[in-house]
Design a protein around this ligand. Structure first.
Ligand code: GLN
Length: 479
């Protein structure tokens, strides 16, 4: 007996559609049946916040049959523009908003035959690490519904882990794909900045933002990234004029590959269960022929402070457009100023408000040099730390993805403690590097992710390591 279609690899589903063994419509139907089941009841995951079964079935019936993702259901984070379903960014300010155009990544998925089955829950404007800060209520982790799925792309991660779709898109400004992938026991990839078009991704912090992919397996993520990557300079001037990379491989030999373990990512305070699973993964990589060596990224401690200045600074400028004039919510007041104030006070939640205030402050005359300029200098030092490691002959880095496993909903109320969830992930965004998380085992029955990073535009090496590790760990990755 073979596994139900939605539990199979995206590549196998697409080939079955191309051969006529299953239809796009039947797959879409199965996806909706699964979503209904996992969203029901008090432990419902609340991972999909916008869906329309009939519209998706129509899309499925019209989907091209020859593509790399023919008929494959896909869930998309609600900050990526689609002309059907909402693009609310998890915010009251955009509740019910429908985009007049599709993001480039959405056009590319559709051209490859993928079918959009839902927009996913997220922390408001992608600010958060738990998907608790959504105007649509918290999402839950399918592994344990009393816990968070991670964030801010927690809805997409939960949807893939729960089997609604084999693949999903999320966004990353400082770990928002990798950390939820780690918490939900799936694969999550943040590509090199510029590798994937940001056209149609609602801006949070433009110099850090990326579209990222989720898959149940390394191959699902590789295939999806191959489809969405590549030059889009006509729409996004920061898109790199390079062809999409070839990432899929059956080679699981790592002879000649040097993997660095940055000592700063394995501090004495690291949870012993997470350290032990990382050690097991590193042994598996050695057994595949890789050489593992300690390296140092000395400015790591300054990454969180720098990120939490740069990201709010950019967000305060980007979110200025939500003022009741052109998009979404408008709350009238006595005059235009009062209208701005009422709209923004009513429309934004506490975390977004905190970031806008912080960002406005660090950019203000008199504080700019002390905060923003200083943070940009630190960003440069973090980039140079990585450059020195690549120059020393290291091809990829391996670290834990997050310092903890999924925490209970409501457990973290201090914003600063929440920011520390991103301690191992924000560096790749600051340095514009490709990075991914993949399952390496479980601690107290909760998934643990291992992170692989590589040099800019070297996704191929990162995936080569990931394929080898997935193959070497086998079922242990989920045990
Ligand atoms: N958790 C980080 C933040 O709150 C990262 C968010 C993200 O990557 N979108 O800013």
């Amino acid at each position: 007996m073979t596994a139900p279609w939605l539990e199979q690899r995206a590549a196998d589903i697409a080939s079955a559609v191309r051969d006529g063994r299953v239809t796009s419509v039947a797959l879409t139907d199965a996806s909706f049946a699964r979503a209904t089941a996992v969203e029901a009841g008090k432990d419902g995951l609340n991972c999909i916040i916008s869906a329309d079964r009939n519209a998706s079935l129509r899309e499925a019936a019209a989907a091209p049959l020859g593509g790399a993702l023919a008929g494959v259901p896909v869930v998309i984070k609600d900050n990526i523009a689609t002309t059907f379903l909402t693009t609310s960014c998890g915010s009251n300010v955009l509740a019910g908003y429908v985009s007049p155009y599709n993001a480039t990544v959405v056009e590319r998925l559709r051209a490859a035959g993928a079918v959009l089955v839902g927009k996913s829950n997220m922390d408001e404007f992608a600010m958060g690490s738990s998907t608790e800060h959504s105007a649509f209520g918290p999402a839950r982790n399918p592994v344990d519904p009393s816990r968070v799925p991670g964030g801010s792309s927690g809805g997409s991660a939960a949807a893939v882990a729960a089997g609604i779709a084999p693949i999903a898109l999320g966004s990353e400004t400082g770990g928002s794909v990798r950390q939820p992938a780690s918490f939900c026991g799936i694969v999550g990839v943040k590509p090199t900045y510029g590798r994937v078009s940001r056209y149609g991704l609602v801006a949070f912090a433009s110099s850090l933002d990326n579209v990222g992919v989720f898959g149940r397996t390394v191959d699902d993520a590789a295939l999806t990234l191959e489809v969405i990557a590549g030059d889009d300079t006509a729409h996004d001037s920061t898109s790199a004029p390079r062809p999409a990379p070839v990432l899929r491989t059956t080679d699981t030999d790592l002879a000649g590959v040097v993997i660095g373990t940055p000592v700063e990512y394995f501090p004495p305070s690291l949870a012993p269960e997470i350290r032990a699973l990382c050690e097991r993964a590193l042994d598996a990589l050695r057994a595949r022929g890789a050489t593992v060596r300690d390296v140092s990224l000395p400015h790591t401690d300054y990454a969180i402070p720098a990120y939490y200045i740069i990201a709010p600074a950019e967000c305060s400028a980007n979110l200025a457009r939500f003022d009741g004039v052109r998009y979404g919510l408008r709350v009238d007041g006595d005059g235009v100023r009062a209208m701005y104030e009422a709209t923004r006070s009513r429309g934004f939640g506490a975390e977004v408000t905190r970031r806008v205030l912080l960002g406005t402050y660090v950019l203000s005359a008199g504080y700019y040099d002390a905060y923003y300029r200083k943070a940009m200098q630190v960003r440069e030092l973090i980039r140079r730390d990585f450059d020195a490691v690549w120059a020393s002959g290291v091809h990829a880095l391996f670290t834990p993805t997050a310092p903890t496993t999924a925490f209970p909903i409501g457990a973290i109320s201090d914003p600063y403690e929440m920011y520390l969830s991103d301690i191992f992930t924000v560096t790749a965004n600051l340095a514009e590097l490709p990075a991914m998380s993949m399952p390496i085992g479980r601690a107290a029955s909760l998934p643990v992710g291992g992170q692989i990073l590589a040099a800019k535009f070297d996704e191929a090496t990162m995936f080569r390591v990931a394929y080898a590790l997935e193959h070497a760990l086998g079922t242990a990755a989920h045990a």
